[in-house]
Design a binder for this molecule. Structure first.
Ligand code: PLP
Ligand code: SF4
Length: 334
């Protein structure tokens, strides 16, 4: 019980006020070019306010307004800009919906939006305009998705996503995994989560036991964009997850001003390996409205990954991909 309250307490203490975050970083608003006016007149700011756990903020460099971790989470005035081609549902999630919070785009795999909550609000997130939380009470909504999965014989892998699936409390998560366990056609359970690095205290013994106790093969896909995100606590959390026999993979988004340099990408791959994580995907930014200032053009992305391939062993080079609505898989660009 103590462990479960520890991560919840940490979450409750997260920064929600940009000024407080900047002040902890020894910065004044005047030192940050393009900071969103406060209170921010952003698109629905009440739905996507600043949210940054203190442990993540502690990994940011003091006094540096261009810190790559800070840039991922700090609302900028650029978010209010309207850019042609940048829309509210860039990857066709609406069309792929099979039940509330259940998406299927690809053969054999279904993605379950386990909760709309996250421990951090990433400014480039393609789900920033969605309000999953409004689709009814959590367990009722999940039960409706489970009922659809029961009759989906072709699904071999369920991907828990969100939001962040590890934001579910231990009891709900255990209930959900037990229900998935009983679906005979399922072989694998994949988790897409930022919590091992954003809120490492969430990776408890109990959580590891729940995952290890399932008959389903667990696969964990972390979401790390920069080597500096892998502090000692994150490393501990990842090693514990690895110890239960879950292959650890990582997906990143190629982001202007965060990781759009070959050195940053190489350091990220090496830092991931030190935590037993292999790079999986490097995504081009999904063109979601409000995030155009993070965009790195495809030609530049290809050049970066080409250079990365000349520097690193093949297993440390992520696949450069983009998601195109309606395609049978992510599109591999290189
Ligand atoms: C990205 C995605 C997946 C996973 O694709 P993989 O190539 O298997 O990693 C599954 N379902 C949906 C809806 C997705 O967007
Ligand atoms: S943790 Fe994932 S779902 Fe949540 S805001 Fe960040 S990118 Fe989006």
């Amino acid at each position: 019980m103590g462990h479960e309250t520890a991560w919840k307490r940490e979450l409750a203490a997260a920064f929600t006020d940009p000024i407080a975050l900047l002040s902890a970083l020894e910065l004044t608003p005047a030192q940050v070019p393009g900071l969103a006016p406060i209170p921010a007149p952003l698109l629905r700011p009440e739905r996507f306010p600043l949210l940054v756990p203190r442990g993540f903020a502690a990994l940011m460099r003091r006094g540096d307004p261009r810190d790559p971790l800070l840039r991922q989470v700090l609302p900028l005035a650029d978010e209010a800009e309207v850019t042609p081609g940048f829309v509210s549902d860039p990857v066709g999630d609406h069309a792929a919906r099979r039940a509330p919070g259940l998406l299927q785009k690809y053969r054999g795999r279904a993605l379950l939006l386990a909760t709309g909550a996250c421990a951090v609000h990433c400014r480039y997130c393609f789900r920033r305009h969605f309000a999953y939380g409004e689709e009814g009470a959590q367990r009722d909504r999940l039960a409706a998705a489970l009922a659809v999965l029961e009759n989906a014989d072709e699904i071999e892998e369920v991907i828990l996503s969100g939001g962040d699936p590890l934001m579910l409390d231990d009891a709900t998560l255990a209930w959900l995994i037990e229900a998935l366990d009983r679906l005979p056609q399922l072989k694998r359970l994949r988790l897409h989560t930022r919590l091992p690095t954003l809120l490492p205290s969430r990776i408890t013994e109990r959580l590891c036991a729940t995952l290890a106790g399932s008959r389903l093969q667990p696969v964990l896909v972390a979401h790390v964009n920069h080597a500096a995100e892998l502090g000692p606590e994150a490393q501990r959390a990842l090693l514990e997850l690895s110890a239960i026999g879950a292959p650890l993979l990582n997906q990143s988004v190629l982001l202007r001003g965060v990781n759009d340099a070959v050195t940053a990408l190489a350091e990220l791959s090496e830092a991931l390996l030190a935590s037993r994580v292999l790079p999986y995907y490097l995504h081009l930014l999904d063109p979601v409205s409000g995030a155009a200032h993070f965009d790195v053009p495809e030609t530049e992305a290809r050049a970066l990954v080409t250079e990365l391939r000349q520097r690193l062993p093949g297993y440390l080079v992520p696949r450069l991909v983009r998601e195109r609505p309606g395609e049978a898989a992510k599109t591999v660009l290189l």
